[in-house]
Every structure is written in C-alpha cells, then in structure tokens.
Design a protein. Sequence first.
Length: 233
Amino acid sequence: MEENVKTLINAGQTTVYNYLLAHYRDIGMDNDDLVIYMQIHHLQSQGDQATLAALAKTMRVTEQAVSKRIQRFVQQDLVTVQNLGNRQEYFDFSPLFDQLLNGKQVNQDNQVVSTGQQSRRQVVRTLQGEFGRQLSPMELQTVNQWFEIEHFDPNMMILAIQEAIANNARSLRYIESILINWKKANLTSPQAVQIAKERRRGVVYDAGQSSKAKGNQSEKRQPTVPIFKFDDL
C-alpha cells in the first residue's frame, strides 16, 4: 500500500483550469476532446512527445481515433502545431484559451456540417487515401492553412493531389507548389488546367518539326502557359 502511495505521489499532478472545465462546451469541445487535451497537456508538461501512438496507448483507442480528434482541434482553430525538428511536434493550445477568454460561442443547435467542412474532409480523406496513412497534426494544419489563409479551391486541391501522385510525389509541399503555380498562371479551374496542358503538349509536338516549319508557325502559335515550376523544391 505504501509503495502505491509513493507511486501516486511521484507521478505528480496535471492542473486544468476550472474555467475550461466549466466552458469547454461553449467553444465546441466535447468530452472526448477535453480528455485528449488533458492527455496532451500531461505529456508535454513532463517534457514528453504527445505522439499519436502515446495518446492512443494511454487512452486505449486507435491512432486513427486520436488523429480525427486532433484534426477537429486544427479545423476549429483550437490548436497550432509547431515543428521542433527531428519529426517532433508541439501542440500549442493558445488559440483555445483565446477563444475561451473572448467568450466565443458555438451554435450547438446547428449540427449540419457546412459545405466548407465537407470539402475539407474530402481533401483530407483523399490525401490519406493516396498517402496510405493518417496525416500528421502538422500536415493537417497545412491543409487547414490552404483553406483559411491561401483560400485554394477544394476542387483544385483534389486535382493538384492527383497531379502529384501521377508524378510519384506524395508530399504536401509538392502539392502546394502546384497550387501556387496554378494560381500565378491564373488557372482557376480544372478546365483551365486542362487547356493549359493541351497547349503544353502542342509545344512539345512542334519541337520535333523542321526549323522552317517552326518558323512558319511561330506567329500562329499560342503563348505557352507555365504550369509547373519546381526548381525550388
């Protein structure tokens, strides 16, 4: 019994603000979200990494279940994920407390998922399907920034994912580069991308013709549209 008491004391305590316990529902969190937050806070306060594996093991759930909860945090702007290097990540819950202190209320009566959230889920599911794994919290935050900061069109995101996979590049950075270059080229729809591709194919075909033929067609040829530029990758 005495050893158990020592173990209990040596394990320490995790402090949770009473105000959070009283108002976590007001900012859109549910009971499972609160437990996830407490587990992450507990691990990080001890200097440990709050990995999906560690959280899943402690809570006795799957890593996929934990990943979905963290994805909710990111989408609801309750957490930011900082890259510490060496594949280490830190969860910063400052946005959660900003919302809590600012009294941000969530409409609990409206349980219908908005079109934006549906699109975001579709993009995440497409990425996870193509990558063959769950996205990391840092990757989920990147996708969130595509919507909230870059304002990329979800349809263009899906198309960029397909382009990246076709080039055997399973990387969010590669996908984002495609989206940025399409945006710079003013390609704002899948149809515009397809037209640009056809023009690009035409330039490649003309390259095999004689210099005389090329000279005759130079005035008629449409200007090429740069689609990809990955020199900085």
